[in-house]
Design a protein around this ligand. Structure first.
Ligand code: 5RP
Length: 272
């Protein structure tokens, strides 16, 4: 690296984080400090943009404590984070009981129900949440809502076997009153994702590279719901799970023990 590039990299490293990043870091650091205890041996690492700060804080707990631990990832991103941090990698089939799992979320309501699956990892995330004695959510303050569906316009992610996707789409449209449920498509170039909402259709027609395929080889449907229906998300979750072809729903109800939402100035959080 040239001296100029090295100076630029060092200045960037020292630059203060923007408020959203600051918020994620604060949430993750506080969650680790409160819930990842020295005696914990098996730790689940979830997905999303707050999770790198979780791993960063765990590393700061020191080599001594971490060498006796095993870390279970929910997907490719968390596996990379664990490996790059030099932490021990494990699998849930070796360790079906996890001391604590920390994970991100797309939205969390006042009762700690949440929507997950923005990264299409929610099946494995739910397995690790269920396997954990303690399941903790970490996110920035934009994810903290009274009712699910307040800010997250994309809707509830639903993993379906490819053979059944059209039937499930029809079920969702007709039975659950979700006329806008769509199959999630991969887009060839990342920056096309940033186009304004009105161009979404054009993007799907001209730049879509085919359906998103999960780590389990399944498709993902995104199903927006009216907010009134989300007053009891458990009911919606149960209805969708009953549909043949549905593998898992990105609604996590009554699972989290606590959720941390950082804020650049203070750190509000709620426990169930
Ligand atoms: C992936 C997830 C993520 O935790 C969720 O989408 C939040 O991600 P981000 O912090 O990047 O918004 O559930 O399946």
């Amino acid at each position: 690296m040239s001296r100029l590039a090295a100076a630029a990299a060092s200045a960037l490293a020292k630059a203060p984080l923007d408020p959203i990043e600051q918020s994620k870091k604060l949430a993750a650091y506080t969650a680790v400090d409160n819930h990842v205890k020295p005696e914990h041996r098996v730790i689940g690492i979830g997905s999303g943009s707050t999770v790198p700060y979780v791993v960063e804080r765990i590393v700061q707990q020191g080599e001594e404590v971490n060498k006796g631990r095993v870390f279970i990832p929910t997907g490719f991103q968390s596996k990379q984070l664990i490996v790059e941090a030099g932490l021990g990698l494990g699998d849930v089939d070796q360790y079906p009981t996890i001391d604590v799992t920390l994970d991100g979320a797309d939205e969390v309501d006042h009762a700690l129900n949440c929507v997950k699956g923005g990264g299409a990892c929610h099946l494995r995330e739910k397995v690790l949440a269920e396997a954990a004695t303690t399941f903790i959510l970490v996110a920035d303050h934009r994810k903290n809502v009274q009712y699910l569906g307040t800010n997250f316009v994309q809707g509830v992610p639903i993993e379906v076997v490819p053979f059944a996707y059209a039937k499930v789409l029809q079920n969702l449209r007709h039975i659950l009153g979700s006329p806008k449920a769509t199959l999630r498509m991969a887009v060839k170039k990342g920056w096309f994702l940033q186009v304004p909402f009105t161009f979404e259709l054009l993007v799907n027609i001209f730049w879509a590279a085919g359906p998103v395929v999960s780590d389990n080889g399944n498709f993902i449907i995104d199903a927006p719901f009216e907010r009134e229906k989300m007053i009891d998300p458990y009911v919606i979750m149960a209805q969708i799970k009953m549909l043949t072809g549905v593998v898992e729903v990105g609604l996590f109800c009554h699972m989290a023990k606590a959720a941390y939402f950082g804020n650049s100035a203070s750190l509000p959080f709620r426990t169930s």
